[in-house]
Design a protein. Structure first.
Length: 426
């Protein structure tokens, strides 16, 4: 069995859905487990619906639900000539039940309500794609991730119960696949012991593909994207990018850790544990090779990779009593940062200073200043950029620091990380 994952861009409209059908036809005669994300920007729209519901903004809530319903029906009207197909009733039912939620008691757990509503994007997309594949002559089945992927109750960031999940795939998914060419399931979601829906974290559909492959001992996983494969940099920030033809799981995990956005970090571990290769390929040019991620590290060093994080803010803390930065101070600093859920992108200390880099848009500067003002002198610089270079040399460092001031630099044998800001002409 091969596992395919199609993201939101690959099912964003009727033509995109038709293209999915063309791709799966290229693998006629093979069993496919297919993971599909919500269509287009539906997850963002569903998040707005949850927000309106929790704020009791009835007008916005119903307007947003109506807009999402129209979006899906427009796609369906282009896909299906027969408007009496069951898929129309199924989709209308989903939206009727969603609309009715406004009459329910005010939700007291935002994360719980988020998972019950936002996950509907994947439910809708998989129902529509399954119906279209069947009307196109393919034998496709619909598999509900809310009965397959068992998780804990940590809504929005659920942890997988691997033992139960593997059992569910062996007792339900694989026997059903024997009767079909392919089974379609939802990315991003699972279920609790009580039967409530959970989600695996934003962009978690890649992870679902990894779970499916691991539990079913798949031959391979292919993630279909609108890029030719994994590139050595984001074209938005870097000219003359190069496709990485073959890299190791280790390298891919390193790139994900530092912020490369092609592969969800959790995806790679289950695949590495069973040596299941992962391919990143273009749904625009499915005949091209793409990138292969596997166990061998022999080609990792051939091409340097660049990862850019923009809009960074650098804080430096100095104890007011002039004490050294030792374990006791670090423990205190981390405890305080945990209170504001700060996610550190880089850290460094000297004898008297401890510096951390954060995403500026994800922190409340005033809250951090207030949190530390009793015991620390605090300085900060905003509007910075974090550049990470894997397999660097001096030439690559010079390339990314042209017309930029380097505020902080860290190097290991394989990785250079630089905090920089644009030089201001005087």
């Amino acid at each position: 069995m091969k596992v395919f994952k199609f993201g939101g861009a690959s099912v964003k409209d009727a033509n995109a859905v038709k293209n999915v059908a063309k791709i799966v036809r290229l693998f006629e005669g093979e069993k496919l487990g297919i993971v599909i994300s919500a269509m287009g920007k539906t997850t963002n729209a569903m998040e707005s619906i949850v927000d309106a519901l929790c704020k009791r903004d009835e007008e916005s809530f119903h307007a947003l639900v109506s807009e999402r319903k129209s979006f899906h029906l427009t796609i369906m009207n282009e896909l299906f000539g027969d408007k009496t197909l069951n898929i129309f009733d199924e989709v209308n039912t989903v939206f009727s039940e969603l609309s009715a939620k406004f009459s329910d008691p005010i939700p007291d757990n935002f994360d719980f309500e988020y998972d019950q509503i936002v996950s509907l994007g994947e439910v809708l997309s998989t129902k529509i794609v399954t119906a279209f594949l069947n009307t196109s002559g393919l034998k496709a089945g619909w598999a509900d991730a809310r009965t397959l992927i068992k998780t804990d109750r940590k809504y929005r960031e659920a942890e997988v119960d691997w033992t139960t999940t593997e059992e569910r795939f062996h007792t339900d998914f694989l026997p059903r696949l024997e009767q079909k060419d392919m089974l379609i399931t939802q990315g991003f979601m699972g279920y609790t012991s009580e039967g409530f829906t959970t989600t695996l974290g934003r962009e978690g559909s890649d992870f679902t593909a990894g779970i499916l492959a691991y539990c079913c001992n798949a031959e391979s996983v292919t993630i279909w994207k609108d890029v030719p494969g994994m590139l050595n940099a984001d074209p938005k920030w870097f000219d003359n990018t190069i496709k990485l033809d073959k890299i190791s799981f280790k390298e891919a995990i390193e790139l994900s850790y530092y912020g490369a956005s092609v592969i969800h970090p959790k995806t790679l571990k289950p695949l590495k544990n069973k040596s299941i290769p992962l391919y990143v390929k273009s749904f625009i040019h499915p005949e091209n090779d793409g990138t292969m991620i596997q166990s061998s590290t022999s080609q990792d060093h051939l091409i340097p990779s660049f990862i850019f994080k923009m809009d960074q803010i650098l804080f430096s803390f100095t104890p007011k009593d002039f004490s050294f930065i030792v374990e006791k101070n670090l423990s205190d600093i981390f405890d305080r940062l945990a209170k504001v859920d700060a996610k550190i992108n880089l850290m460094q200390n000297t004898a008297l200073n401890f510096s951390i880099l954060l995403d500026e848009k994800k922190v409340d500067v005033d809250a951090i200043l207030e949190l530390f003002e009793d015991s620390y002198e605090i300085r900060y610089n905003a509007g910075l950029e974090l550049v990470t270079i894997r397999h660097y040399d001096q030439q690559t460092i010079e390339r990314v620091t042209v017309d930029k001031e380097v505020l902080l630099e860290q190097k290991t044998r394989e990785t250079a990380r630089l905090i920089v800001r644009q030089n201001v002409a005087i």
